[in-house]
Design a protein around this ligand. Structure first.
Ligand code: UDP
Length: 242
């Protein structure tokens, strides 16, 4: 089946309702033990893809790029081709963990600092006592270190969540993707830190007001350079429009 896409600065976003994404794209692939690579892209990722051709080539290898970040929703509106819904990687991950638990599918969690991944796994075990956890590993290793991928492969996971930040997480996935026979692969940025309680996700009211970026900036002021990217992205979009 072919789906609508929205092009923002040469990144082609899947334009779909979340429920349809699950029912028509993700669940059927998991059921038949297929392989899928998702990029959940926010404005920083779009900017990075435009600055780094090698990263753009990686993003283009994704089966689907999902619109994460209010900036993408706003940008698509400015360009006159709005995405129907924002689909944050964090929410897709938490939803799919629940689905995996119900359907006896296993998850591998790769990324974050050792203490974060440990608290993350402990929290997930409490929330999802029946989830099959194929394995986990912290995210501080050399991308060329093949012992990591060997560990993941041996555990035969159905879903692999990679939280190494961008571009590292997408680099890792594409570098080793061909070595896997099955699996859903998705880069999930700082999501493990949120579940582990190390970083707080913005309250729903802030998210609704499209102010998640401001909440993050207040929590992690050292990220100001990255927030600047969101503004650069908006300027690019506006220039392209007018
Ligand atoms: N991270 C990692 N290995 C690295 C660099 C970062 O595992 O070499 C982890 C970091 O600890 C955090 C996650 O990657 O858990 C994402 O970091 P960040 O918040 O920068 O990503 P974003 O959500 O903005 O993509």
């Amino acid at each position: 089946m072919s789906y609508n896409h929205v092009n923002i600065m040469d990144v082609s976003f899947l334009n779909i309702e979340r429920e349809k994404l699950y029912q028509e794209i993700i669940y059927p692939s998991l059921e038949k033990q297929g392989k899928q690579f998702f990029v959940t892209a926010n404005p920083e990722i779009v900017m990075l893809a435009n600055e780094e051709p090698s990263y753009k080539a990686i993003v283009k290898q994704a089966d689907y790029v999902l619109p994460d970040g209010a900036g993408i929703v706003i940008g698509s509106k400015i360009l006159g081709d709005p995405v129907v819904e924002r689909i944050p990687g964090f929410e897709v991950m938490t939803h799919l963990i629940g689905y995996a638990e119900e359907n006896a599918l296993s998850c591998y969690f790769l990324g974050a600092h050792q203490e974060v991944i440990e608290s993350f796994v402990a929290r997930i075990k409490t929330l999802h006592p029946n989830l099959k956890i194929a394995g986990h590993h912290n995210g501080f290793f050399d991308l060329d270190d093949s012992s990591i991928v060997d560990h993941v492969k041996k555990s035969k996971p159905d879903l692999v969540f990679v939280a190494l930040g961008s571009p590292r997480q997408e680099q890792w996935i594409t570098k080793y993707y061909d070595q896997f026979d099955k699996g859903l692969f998705m880069g999930v940025g700082g999501s493990f830190d949120v579940v582990a309680g190390k970083v707080k996700r913005a309250p729903e009211s802030w998210i609704k007001l499209n102010l998640e970026w401001l909440y993050r900036l207040l929590q992690q002021p050292f990220r100001w350079k990255r927030i600047l990217k969101v503004f650069q992205f908006m300027i690019h979009v506006i220039i392209k429009k007018y």
